[in-house]
Ligand binder design. Structure first.
Ligand SMILES: O=C(O)CCC(=O)N[C@@H](CCC(=O)O)C(=O)O
Ligand SMILES: [Zn+2]
Length: 333
């Protein structure tokens, strides 16, 4: 049923935002694909004849309900692809992460879904989002297990605050070299300006698929949060054509300028309710800080800049205790 928020939206956007896959699913079915809806918000489209050489690609959007730009971008892309369905050259899983939060226009209802993709959930265990995370994990395992070795997961987000690099990505370090090279090439082609190498799980969806399901995964930040139906789609031109190219199995394009690469210097974890951050909530992502500057204080723990310069990303003192309140990065490439 259509929600008030969906009123007046173009049909393709309304359908994806409400995870109404009916028309798209039918077009792929008509073209001979095996189509399934393993859980609410999830569509899988597989070749009728299993083929270990065929890549498997998971595209997720709306894991945070107010990050609407990628929903619009993917809505148009998948709608168009389904109209020439036989061009699909991969096994595809399309996932609308948090339908309730999208409907509410909020990042989450109770707690951050993108911290629940791990066995140990602590205080997040009893939250509204925990059951949704379980459903996503089960469907994602089923999709990748038994598929060939070429596995991709692009988890499309947008950032809360402005960024010196509006298009950036977080890539788990543990992805095997060859797959990581392909992924980073794709990110460049998609117009990503900066890549952060992440050495540890914060419970995110993309780290989960990389660590447990062998996918070349990335959280991709495409601009900033916005209202569904009002995003400037021109900013997604490169990302959209790179994704379209990937799904159609067309040759990779060279990035016009390769992304800068950053290592994670330290993760800032909120240890208690005494946590305070010295950087303001509106601090832009990738704002530089100098050696010795205090980043945050938490009781007896003081987080300070360790390298000559570290850049702050995702500073957010409002997260729950136990969760990441920011990342400090250093440029390595
Ligand atoms: O802008 C922000 O503070 C958050 C934007 C966002 O949702 N980012 C992801 C990054 C996930 C990762 O580290 O791979 C998140 O915080 O969940
Ligand atoms: Zn997000």
């Amino acid at each position: 049923m259509s929600t008030p928020a969906a009123a007046g939206l173009p049909e393709a956007v309304r359908a994806l935002a409400e995870a109404d896959f009916g028309a798209v699913a039918q077009r792929f079915r008509d073209a001979g694909f095996v189509v399934a809806l393993p859980a609410s918000g999830i569509l899988t489209v597989r070749a009728a004849t299993p083929d270990a050489d065929r890549p498997s690609v998971l595209v997720s959007v709306g894991v945070h309900g107010d990050e609407t730009g990628p929903i619009e971008m993917v809505a148009y892309l998948v709608d168009a692809l389904s109209r020439s369905a036989s061009a699909l050259a991969v096994d595809l899983m399309l996932c609308v992460g948090h339908i309730d939060a999208i409907r509410a226009g909020k990042r989450f209802i109770d707690a951050d879904l993108n911290r629940m993709f791990r066995a140990e959930r602590g205080s997040l265990a009893g939250t509204f989002e925990a059951g949704r995370a379980d459903a996503l994990i089960e469907a994602t395992r089923a999709f990748f297990e038994g598929s060939g070795p070429a596995r991709w997961h692009l988890d499309l987000h947008t950032a809360i605050r402005p960024s010196h690099y509006p298009m950036f990505a977080i890539v788990p370090e543990l992805i095997a070299d060859a797959a990581r090279e392909g992924l980073m090439g794709w990110l460049g082609e998609a117009g990503i300006e900066a890549i952060i190498m992440n050495p540890e799980s914060a419970g995110t969806y993309s780290y989960f698929t990389a660590e447990h399901l062998g996918a070349a995964s990335s959280t991709v930040e495409l601009g900033r949060v916005g209202t569904l139906g009002q995003n400037d789609l021109s900013q997604f031109a490169a990302a959209s054509s790179a994704l379209d190219r990937l799904l159609r199995g067309q040759p990779a394009q060279q990035a016009t300028s390769p992304p800068r690469v950053f290592a994670t210097a330290q993760s800032i974890i909120k240890l208690s309710d005494a946590f305070t951050m010295r950087v303001g909530r509106e601090t832009w992502n990738f704002t530089p800080m100098q050696k010795g500057e205090v980043i945050a204080q938490d009781g007896a723990t003081t987080y300070t800049v360790q390298h000559d310069e570290e850049l702050v990303v995702f500073p957010n003192p409002d997260v729950r205790v136990g969760l990441r309140a920011g990342i400090m990065v250093v440029r390595i490439g």
